[in-house]
Design a protein around this ligand. Structure first.
Ligand SMILES: CSC[C@H]1O[C@H](OP(=O)(O)O)[C@H](O)[C@@H]1O
Length: 342
């Protein structure tokens, strides 16, 4: 992605966030100088994506420390504010991990916290580049060294990270090597991260893509129109079960049926070693209005409720490969994160 927009940036007294709720139509920013603004931005998906949430959570501690000094909070009030940031969304393990990583620096002040958060941001970008390279190497070796037809779901690009992207980092690397024929972009209802965000990133990068209905993904795969699926993750259990945007498990099932690789691209910070398997992943349920409202108009009859789980869990047996910043684990063949990190 051209570097003229940054997903998130520390301003010295707040966190400037690219407002992803108004993309691709408008490029606007939200600056969070207090905890309420940051928590709202996380919950509304102004900032979103597991690694980006980790960095936002880390800088969120600096925001809380500065606000505590401004408003004369005691330790209990500061602790409560930090907990609100940490718990703003439940599924992506990175958010809590980002907060926990910088918390020990709070005693030294907001500057020390922000410096550690910046280190996390810089590590994420470097890690994404490595994920891109490892992922492209593995895919070209497994599928064939030729221009490929890639399918992706949701947005795991620069907008979901501190820069470059995880799944889209792999796509960018393949494109740089001249190995992308087309990318099938699942629109990713209900919030359309694919149509609005992934398509925006790929278009700006000059990567050929088409947007499709989520319901088209299994058919695209079973018709042999895609060579590989590459997606991100929000929490990966020790056994390799991978939580990601709702609809991911359908893509994985179709890949398994069609015999093409289902590739999860994620940094080690998205692996939750304390979680034995995917049964324990907290699945965020979001407001019904996201499902039964279209263009400001209610779709389903007023008396009909909605079920809006924002994530699903793909079992490890369907995960052909997990691409991390240190290499590739062939999960369905038994190379699970827990074994590697044990
Ligand atoms: C690189 S992680 C991106 C990951 O996060 C997204 O969820 P959300 O848009 O709700 O934050 C989705 O699961 C992506 O795959």
């Amino acid at each position: 992605m051209r570097n003229d927009v940054r997903t998130l940036e520390w301003t010295g007294d707040g966190l400037r966030l690219l407002d992803q709720t108004v993309l691709p139509g408008r490029v606007e920013y939200v600056v969070a100088r207090d905890v309420d603004t940051l928590v709202d931005a996380i919950r509304r998906l102004v900032v979103r994506g597991a690694p980006a949430l980790g960095v936002a959570g880390a800088f969120g501690v600096a925001v809380a420390v500065l606000q505590a000094a401004r408003e004369g909070w005691d330790d209990a009030a500061l602790d409560a504010a930090v907990a609100r940031v940490r718990e703003a969304r439940p599924t992506a393990v990175n958010l809590a991990a980002g907060v926990d990583r910088v918390l020990p620096f709070a005693v030294e002040g907001a500057g020390a916290v922000a410096a550690e958060a910046q280190a996390l941001l810089d590590e994420d970008v470097r890690g994404n580049r490595a994920i891109g390279a490892f992922g492209a190497d593995w895919i070209l070796k497994r599928v064939g060294d030729r221009p490929l037809r890639v399918l992706t779901h949701c947005n795991a690009g620069a907008l979901a990270t501190a820069g470059w992207g995880t799944a889209l980092g792999v796509v960018r690397e393949l494109h740089e090597r001249g190995r992308v024929e087309i990318v099938y972009v699942d629109e990713t209802r209900p919030l359309l991260q694919g149509a609005r965000l992934t398509a925006w990133e790929l278009d700006r990068a000059g990567i050929p893509c088409v947007v499709q209905a989520d319901a088209a993904a299994p058919s695209t795969i079973l018709r042999g129109l895609a060579d590989v699926a590459v997606i991100g993750a929000d929490r990966i259990a020790a056994n390799g079960d991978a939580a990601n945007k709702i609809g991911s498990v359908g893509v994985a099932l179709a890949c398994h049926a069609a015999g093409i690789p289902f590739v999860v691209a994620a940094p080690w910070s998205t692996v939750d070693p304390a979680l034995a398997d995917g049964d324990g992943v907290p699945i965020e349920e979001r407001p019904a209005g996201e499902i039964v409202t279209w263009g400001g108009t209610r779709t389903a009859p007023d008396g009909v409720a909605a079920f809006n789980p924002a994530f699903d869990v793909t079992p490890a047996r369907l995960v052909t490969a997990l691409v991390t910043e240190t290499g590739v684990l062939e999960v369905s063949a038994g190379a699970t994160p827990g074994r590697l990190r044990a």
